[in-house]
Write a protein that binds this ligand. Structure first.
Ligand SMILES: [Zn+2]
Length: 305
């Protein structure tokens, strides 16, 4: 069966309530943590921004929110904390929505959709581009040299990446779809019901290529900025790039523990089960090409349990 035919069948199954019934009989083996990045308007033309598969269209995100609300049990990190303390068990199909990087579109497009669907979310934000009103380093490199030029920078050591790449990023206008939130926007988002702000380092380095002291400075400095701006404790962290054993190392986990973080999120695609380490939780990355019916299908059947 070709891709379009499969999509159309899944759309029909969703409309007929099939996934709601199938999921209604099931219990997830852990929390389905969804890892989003940015969002974009429905009318933004294809090919107009780098890494556009990381920026889910508004109508797709709305469809995701409906699927989550209708077929699963959205939770906050505080719900999860309460379950770990034994105060209240998690519901049968817990889903946690997360966003990495701190894109402004999460505030302008995502926050109203989340509020309308009454969905909680965690937003992991990088503080340095926010403070300087600059592009994130990978969006900057992609704009100047193309997407393919980004990957080699991820293999460089922290010092050379910092001087040659991360500190020379270009300014970005707030209206640009690649812009990160302003500080007042982050503050407003942090006050929306159900939203928690988490740490994601100051500049989004590949932590595995940094000495422990530099890793600690990136993480602690980010947390201090986010806490000062929002007036709230920052206790959860998402590893930049997120591949276990590749993008961070044992030192990173030790630093998080030392700094008192209670949740760390990777991009290992799996349900976050009770037996995995609290500072290395799994997440399913959600891309723009995953439409509403496809998300329902993956939750019901495809994701391994
Ligand atoms: Zn990131």
């Amino acid at each position: 069966m070709n891709f379009a035919a499969a999509q159309s069948i899944k759309r029909g199954l969703l409309a007929a309530g099939h996934y709601r019934r199938a999921l209604g009989r099931s219990r997830f083996p852990g929390v389905a943590v969804l890892g989003y990045h940015g969002l974009r308007d429905d009318d933004s033309p294809d090919g107009s921004m780098a890494f556009e598969n990381l920026h889910v269209r508004a109508s797709t995100f709305e469809a995701h929110c409906r699927v989550i609300r209708d077929t699963c049990d959205p939770i906050t990190l505080d719900d999860w904390r309460a379950a770990l303390l034994g105060t209240a068990p998690l519901p049968p199909r817990p889903v946690l929505v997360t966003f990495d990087d701190g894109y402004r579109s999460v505030f302008t497009i995502g926050a109203p959709i989340l509020a309308a669907a009454n969905l909680p979310a965690v937003v992991f934000a990088c503080s340095d581009p926010m403070e300087r009103r600059h592009l994130l380093w990978f969006d900057d490199v992609a704009a100047r040299e193309g997407e393919a030029a980004v990957e080699p920078w991820k293999a460089r050591d922290y010092g050379s990446w910092l001087t040659a790449c991360a500190t020379g990023t270009q300014a970005v206008a707030d209206a640009d779809p690649r812009a990160v939130m302003t500080v007042p926007e982050l503050q407003a988002l942090s006050r929306q019901r159900g939203i928690e702000i988490g740490a994601h380092t100051e500049r989004h380095p590949i932590l595995a290529h940094a000495a422990p002291a530099a890793q600690r400075a990136e993480i602690a400095g980010n947390r201090a900025a986010l806490e000062a701006w929002t007036g709230r404790p920052v206790r959860a962290f998402a590893y930049p790039n997120g591949r276990p054993g590749v993008d961070y190392n044992g030192d990173t986990v030790t630093i998080l523990r030392d700094l008192g973080f209670d949740f760390g999120f990777t991009m290992r695609p799996a349900f976050a089960t009770a037996d995995e380490p609290p500072l290395e939780r799994s997440r399913f990355m959600v891309l723009a090409e995953i439409l509403g019916p496809e998300l329902a299908h993956r939750m019901a059947y495809t994701w391994p349990r």
